[in-house]
Ligand binder design. Sequence first.
Ligand code: NAD
Length: 487
Amino acid sequence: MAAVTQKSVLSSVPTQLFIGGKWQDSLSAQTFAVHDPATGSVLAEVANGTVADGGAALDAAVAAQADWAAAPPRERGEVLRRAFELLTERADEFAMLMTLEMGKPLAEARGEVAYGAEFFRWFSEEAVRIHGRYAVNPAGGSRLLTMQKPVGPTFMITPWNFPLAMGTRKIGPAVAAGCTMVAKPASETPLTMLALAALLAEAGLPDGVLNVVTTTDTAVVSEPIIRDPRLRKLTFTGSTAVGRLLVEQSAEQLLRVSMELGGNAPFLVFEDADLDSAVEGAMLAKMRNIGEACTSANRFLVHEDVADEFAERLAKRMGALAVGKGTKAGVEVGPLITEKAREGVHELVTDAVERGARVLTGGSKVAGRGHFYEPTVLVDVPTEARLLGEEIFGPVAPVTTFADEAEALRMANSTEYGLVAYAYTRDHGRVLRISEALEFGMVGINTGIVSNAAAPFGGVKHSGFGREGGFEGIHEYLETTYVSLNP
Ligand code: NAD
């Protein structure tokens, strides 16, 4: 097999809209540029969809809905299975594409392909396990039947940080359930979603089941789709601010809605923790995806007896990471997605330092081309520092201390977000106590990664609602009909 290069990947990636099984230009004939965040150079010009293109994509999804809902579950599952196999075969190509448009190092991009493909495999197996119930009326007489039906045409809006997995996590269950889709990827990283649509078509997904509209005119193109009475569901992954706006828009048609929003994950290290594995887990929870993950550890809350040692060991590891362009061998930390994002991270660090935080390592932008930021560890971070309350979305680890379990829980829960919390401890009683008390949709115990296609991913409070993955994932795309049957 020929080596996968930037050139080979970019020369074959689709750049048009995908509507009703056809690749087509935007009705405006306009395009927009996709940039490499490591160099600023233009990777591709992609069709800039209009309101009319969005309408055409929804028309195609609506037209395909009845046949797709009626397709045998095994057939729907087998499309996903083939897509899983194709993605796995082409892992290097998808990894290269993601590294180019998003910046993460190649090894991490390969990890995302493996993780993202799992959603196709998991939901290929779920497609054939959709079923209802049968019961006798407690009062006797009638029978109570329930059946599960696809919700119907679904609009999916995805972010740039995991260009593949945020797509497969929605497309997998929608395909399995029998829903048709309009997908709108982030304009920073549209290429992966376009390549994924081509792969699904090759795997046998019928025309019109998945339609992709790329655009920089996001709000203008999205709103009419969300307000269209033929749409049945909206699923969004992105920031809490945009999520809130979309929930308001979706109220008009009382859409089914899933929201995977921001996070502010606490990472608790108790005095009885195995510090070697706590530092290892911290590296994963903080540095995975350059810190640009909703699951990123945002606040390190460490027992005062072990805080100094933990912070020093973490700083040593963070300071030794190789920063650079993700396609370069040995690089462990890529660039942030845009200059605006890097500026935002630096402002948070500056604010903390001005309020008295101490820099153990990093703390600055990397000079030169690309939006690189030094892996940073801060200690003595005062509670009023902005970065303890806001999502950092970059390679910055603020460390603060607690005196006992009650204080640790109070600090961990004092955020409007509730996506994931991590804790390192060897006390099993504590594991249960804190898992019950933490106000988060997910809890990682002695691990820095919780994401798994077989588990329900999602948050509470301002991190949103709905679950992706696991047995729960498919129910986001199913409606229940209850039949009262008088024999
Ligand atoms: P964002 O909210 O700016 O954008 C997400 C998507 O929404 C993009 O496709 C964007 O084009 C689109 N969008 C933006 N404004 C819109 C509007 N007015 N109407 C319709 N669509 C609009 O977020 P981002 O900066 O791309 O992603 C980072 C955020 O996503 C972080 O807050 C992160 O925590 C969150 N995120 C959450 C999860 C999760 O599963 N909970 C996963 C990944 C990222």
